[in-house]
Design a protein around this ligand. Sequence first.
Ligand SMILES: [Zn+2]
Length: 490
Amino acid sequence: MSIPAPVFETLDSTEADQLSDTLLCALHGVFPAGGLRGMGDDNLLRATGSIERLGRAVDALRTETAGEIAHRSRTSLGSGSLAVQKGCRDAVELVRRVTLASTGTVRRRVTLGTETRAQEALSGDLFPARFPHIAAALTTGALGVDAATAILTALAPTRTRADGSAVEAAEAELVAAATGAGPDSALPCTADEIRGQATIWRVFLDQDGTEPAEDKAMGRRAFSPGSYNTGDGLIHGRYALMPEIHAKLGKVFDACLTPKTGPAFLPEGDTGTETGDTTATSRQVDPRTPDQQRHDVFAAMIDGFARSGQAPTIGGASPTVLVSVTADDLESGTGAGFVSLGGPTGQTVPLSLRAIEQMICTGGTQLVTLDQHGALIQLGTEQRCFTGAQRRAITLRDGGCIIPGCTIPAAWTEIHHVTPHAEDGPTHPDNGVLLCWFHHHTINTSGWEIRMTNRAPHIKAPPWLATDNHWHPTTKSPTQRLGRLRRDRA
Ligand SMILES: [Zn+2]
């Protein structure tokens, strides 16, 4: 197949369109639309590799054009800047308007294009690009934009702080690893692998660089509560954690999300440990995604801290969430109340009666009841909350969330009224059991049933777990379990 190869600039726009069409025709001749469907497995993979190479070559041209436009739009040109002449603020805006690509993509192209563009002296002489090895490998289509950006991002900050020849040696080695041309490389590395290698090179080239980078990160660390989104009923915040804080948080999540306690519904004589099967069974018990589980662990952590007695007080009182609801809604258990989010905005958002009931049950909440005219009927009393002494007693008996397979520790659990307060269930240890935030929140819908027999909590699994459908005593307390074991063996 022969494709005319005129210099693009000599073409008028009709001819340029024709050339693009010819190239596209050639491409579609080799890879007709939908033609991959009947292809054999190995051929499909070969085609994928070939298409990626074409894509890399096109990406190299995209990078080059973006770099050239950025050069012609450099701020030192003032009103002579190409971007300004076309009515755009900068090169990124101009390229975005021409290509319709996203700002992030265009920014990456402009940076890469600028750093891999041959440099010009005032005399007009050309010097190699600041990153000549990346430039060369991009042009041949051997190096992809992802890997090139990873190398550039890691090495660019070291240029002013490390020896120039050492940085170039690092660049050459990383490009060789990415293209499979290195002496040790059996295969080209993926962009993700290159990012890891490039980070190690950055630390090696700039031994002291980590500290200033950390100082900068320290200034940008954040935990932004965000705002309430009426669309999905969630508060969308943002966090940017220091790596060591993230590592500690990860450890806490890991500790709570690794089921240590096997489910209590194994057949007689089967402890589950011999088969190593406890995890699999516990996973069946838990329908939550890992993200949802981490949310729930976080919820439990906050409650645990607020109750620990170590949380700072506000005006002498422990932190109390204000919830307002009308007496009618509270009585009927329907409708909604409002919770104040606190913080500088003081936003108030609606909350279902179910969630409000749970908050009241848990404590740390003051309920303000209003009549239909808006008069204060009642400031919440403490009588619906279990006292510290009652909580300690229940903790000794239950040892943690009583749902089998749940690993939330006792200090992070809430106390659930087995017979609801609204049905005259007393706030007494014989009517309170430990549940984690999630199992408390879903206790009316999950199918788990709880009842007190001989003043001890018993539990029945939901039908979807397909167990024996019997009531079983349940506890996580080691003392209780030892006692039960002794009784069973006697
Ligand atoms: Zn639980």
